[in-house]
Design a protein around this ligand. Structure first.
Ligand SMILES: NC(=O)c1ccc[n+]([C@@H]2O[C@H](COP(=O)([O-])OP(=O)(O)OC[C@H]3O[C@@H](n4cnc5c(N)ncnc54)[C@H](O)[C@@H]3O)[C@@H](O)[C@H]2O)c1
Length: 356
């Protein structure tokens, strides 16, 4: 009997875990604002917290050390460090990364890379010009579920891709938008549920399904009448390989129902729920089931955010590209813009041009 087991989760993992040590600083780097980081013995340390709300930066500094600045300019002029982690409102990502690059600093920037395609292009160009690395945080590429399914696809175990369905049903109440006024604005959030929350699934559709040829979508605002942006979106995509993808997302669910991806292939079927691989069915060429096991899948591992930070810092130390480059971060932004364009024009939209 043929048998497939997901022990290879740890093999995939070891290709990412170069630094080896679990360091609280990696978690710290997920805080909002801008954080300037330098190295001692391969161990990243925080040089400064930067936040236009200086009190917020001060609180973090009191707890974790590091200087405090209200502007990245001042930190760049006064501190010695290697890289900046950028988690400011999405529409401000470009200016921070471009500034950091002009001082020769590497950047890791939260998703979306920015809300504007032009800003994203400039970020990529300026980082290349100044010979610094740029990584866009799309941490779900580092989930073990994503890595296992992608590896099986690359190894040909699943056969031809037929469908990928992605859905995200969550709730974002009024307080969420009140607490950070940039959220749900076109200027700084770039849109609603699609740009802010569902971009992770847009990225996973591309990461697992490959390049997209056409999109058709509809969207609405059903329960956030104080916002101008959408809170529900439904998109259908045709991949260049002929397979079809769907994305359904809302921030109007009664509570956090969660996320789900179904990957349907000629010889296999995978279900990922809330980023855990919960079903894996494989069939041989005669369509007989192959025994599978997920028992070794649920191994303890650092968060996906942590893994991406590790990859970024390793890329700087080893002078190699990060796994998720600026160009890779640009793909989901480009797709999101085309999904919006389809919803606005009520037309199928083709992605003929190269996005970079
Ligand atoms: N990868 C993920 O899963 C994930 C999750 C949450 C947020 N994000 C992204 O992180 C970014 C921040 O989101 P958030 O929810 O933490 O926002 P937030 O509003 O909680 O925090 C933003 C911080 O940036 C500071 N800030 C605003 N303008 C600034 C400026 N010009 N210079 C320096 N600091 C400035 C604010 O004072 C605040 O402290 C967004 O791009 C968002 O999409 C990603």
């Amino acid at each position: 009997m043929k048998y497939f087991t997901t022990t290879n989760a740890s093999i995939l993992q070891s290709s990412i875990l170069h630094l080896g040590n679990t360091n609280a600083n990696f978690t710290l780097m997920q805080y909002s604002g801008e954080i300037c980081v330098y190295y001692i013995d391969r161990d990243p340390k925080i040089a400064a917290f930067v936040d236009s709300n200086k009190e917020r930066a001060k609180e973090l500094s009191l707890q974790y050390g590091g200087a405090v600045y209200a502007s990245l300019d001042d930190a760049l002029k006064n501190e010695t460090f290697d890289a900046v982690t950028v988690a400011t409102p999405s529409g401000l990502h470009g200016e921070a990364v471009i500034k950091a690059a002009s001082y020769g600093k590497h950047s890791i920037v939260e998703k979306p890379i920015d809300v504007s395609i032009d800003a994203a292009k400039n970020m990529i160009r300026e980082c290349r010009k100044n010979n610094v690395y740029l990584s866009c945080i799309l941490q779900h590429r580092f989930d073990s579920s994503t890595r296992i399914v992608r590896q099986m696809m690359n190894d040909g175990l699943l056969g031809q891709l037929i469908f990928i369905h992605a859905s995200l049903n969550i709730n974002r109440p009024r307080e969420y938008y009140k607490n950070s006024e940039w959220r749900g604005t076109f200027e700084l959030d770039g849109g609603g549920v699609l740009m802010n929350q569902a971009i992770h699934y847009v990225d996973l559709l591309y990461h697992l399904g490959g390049e997209v040829e056409d999109v058709f979508s509809i969207q609405a605002n059903l329960s956030h009448d104080y916002l101008a942006v959408e809170d529900v979106v439904s998109a259908t995509l045709r991949f260049r390989n002929g397979a079809i993808g769907t994305l359904n997302a809302t921030t109007s669910a009664p509570t956090k129902i969660g996320s789900r991806m179904e990957i349907v292939c000629e010889n296999g079927y995978c279900v990922i729920e809330d980023h855990q691989l919960v079903r894996l069915s494989l069939y041989d060429t005669e369509k007989n089931p192959i025994k599978t096991s997920l028992s070794n899948h649920n191994v303890e591992e650092p968060s996906s955010h942590h893994l991406q930070f590790q990859d970024f810092f390793t890329s700087i130390l080893n002078r190699r590209e990060p796994l998720v480059t600026g160009e890779e971060g640009m793909v989901s932004l480009h797709l999101v813009h085309h999904i919006y364009s389809s919803a606005h024009t009520n037309q199928m939209v083709s992605l003929k041009e190269n996005c970079i």
